[in-house]
Design a protein around this ligand. Structure first.
Ligand code: NAD
Length: 408
């Protein structure tokens, strides 16, 4: 198992070498500004106290308050949280929003907790870190197995502790609780804006372009609908159990109704059933991983037939696979750019809370589009300038931006 933080440091080093990063700034960026490891004792429903371990890594706030989700998962580790906070710094800087990088987590299988236990754990975690968070310091958000409801409890606990209202302390809240319109489809919408720019650069037409999407949750589901509305031919779509494929294009309404009714994609007429592994190797123009990390690896990178990969999931391509794809001339739009629409609208939520404003969905999307378009074009220019893949270009651009604000 690769250590994610070591991978992050390797990526930093690669970018630093290309851009000739000042060695003092490089040294500063090799470590998070602050890491908190906290014990989270919870009175369980049976009266026993169980002590969980939580973390919050604040990587760098040169561009604005630390920003990043809180993950509840058994595999959470300090190195994972540190790496994720580094990648959040890169993501926020890639799209040039006024946020730094942060990430948190608790080692827990939260599906085994009752609602009461979950609430007590979430509130206790905030009691351990509240002095270091706030709308002007560090703004957490949901991540794996954390929800708008949990964000609501955390905000409430924080406000009790500081003694005043601060809705911008946390994002990903329910709309009624100060959440932003447009957040639900923001990640996919951002991915679509970026894909449109790429199509222009490569002189491709949507109606001649076949797309396979792995995952049909929030990101994959919206991605399918929005790309289809642009005229793309969605030929494959999957959930955790497998996918469906029709080389002539799927009837998306039928696919979503079937999934809703049956709970899976099996048993549909007029389609071929494919496994998630097979979906990745279909003869398509664009592949959109929108589910899990580590899907494109050294085992299958040489079998991918798509010419373009738009990484909507976080970390779907391993570093080894990246080398293979790059050597094969496959264009990879990296996660830090492709899926940054989500954090951008989280930043909008924070901004609305801090300024006591409420923006409509149309306003949110109108602000999102130029941010994604500019970020894409900057990464594209950086790629050409240094003759590197888009992922390296995004890291170079992001680190340039962070470095310009670090005084040594
Ligand atoms: P989700 O839980 O709504 O959907 C996940 C989808 O993946 C589901 O369709 C599920 O069936 C499928 N899936 C689960 N296990 C799978 C497997 N082993 N193989 C193939 N498919 C599998 O999650 P989401 O919010 O759509 O997030 C998807 C990805 O996008 C994640 O990597 C997430 O980190 C990333 N992401 C999400 C957002 C966001 O705003 N939701 C923002 C940035 C990045």
């Amino acid at each position: 198992m690769q250590n994610p933080f070591e991978n992050a440091l390797k990526q930093l080093e690669k970018a630093a070498n290309i851009m000739n990063l000042d060695k003092n700034v490089h040294a500063i960026l090799k470590q998070p500004d602050r890491v908190m490891a906290v014990s989270v004792p919870v009175k369980m429903d049976n009266g026993e106290v169980k002590v969980f371990t939580g973390f919050r890594s604040q990587y760098n706030d040169a561009l604005g308050p630390y920003k990043g989700g809180i993950r509840y998962h058994e595999n959470v580790s300090l190195d994972e949280v540190k790496a994720l906070s580094f990648w959040m710094m890169v993501k926020c800087a890639t799209v040039n929003i006024p946020m730094g990088g942060g990430k948190g987590g608790i080692i827990v299988d939260s599906k085994k907790l009752s609602e009461g236990e979950l609430e007590r754990m979430s509130r206790e975690y905030v009691r351990k870190i509240w002095r270091e968070i706030g709308s002007d310091k560090d703004v957490p958000a949901p991540d794996m197995y954390t929800t708008p409801k949990i964000m609501g409890w955390m905000r409430d606990e924080f406000e009790k502790l500081v003694g005043h209202s601060d809705p911008g302390v946390i994002t990903g809240k329910a709309i009624a609780d100060g959440g932003s319109e447009g957040r639900e489809q923001a990640t996919a919408q951002g991915g679509v804006y970026v894909t449109r720019e790429l199509m222009k650069k490569l002189n491709l037409k949507a109606n001649e372009t076949k797309v396979a999407i792995q995952g049909m949750g929030n990101v994959g589901g919206f991605m399918a609908k929005l790309l289809a509305a642009d005229g793309f031919k969605i030929v494959a779509l999957s959930d955790s159990k497998g996918g469906v494929y029709n080389p002539d294009g799927l009837d998306l309404d039928k696919v979503f109704v079937h999934k809703e009714k049956i709970g899976s994609l099996s048993g549909m007429d007029g389609v071929q059933n494919v496994s998630n592994a097979e979906l990745l190797e279909l003869p398509v123009d664009i592949l959109v991983p929108s589910a899990m990390e580590n899907q494109i690896t050294s085992d299958n990178a040489d079998k991918i037939k798509a010419k373009i990969i738009v990484e909507m999931a976080n970390g779907p391509t391993t570093p080894e696979a990246d080398e293979v794809l790059s050597a094969r001339g496959i264009v990879v739009v990296p996660d830090v750019l492709a899926n940054a629409g989500g954090v951008t609208v989280s930043c909008f939520e924070w901004e609305q809370n801090v300024k006591d404003q409420k923006w409509s969905e149309a306003e949110v999307l109108a602000k999102l589009e130029p941010i994604m378009v500019n970020a894409f074009n900057e990464v594209w220019e950086t790629k050409d300038k240094y003759s590197v893949p888009m992922r390296t270009a995004a890291f170079v651009k992001a680190i340039e931006r962070v470095a310009s604000k670090i005084k040594v």
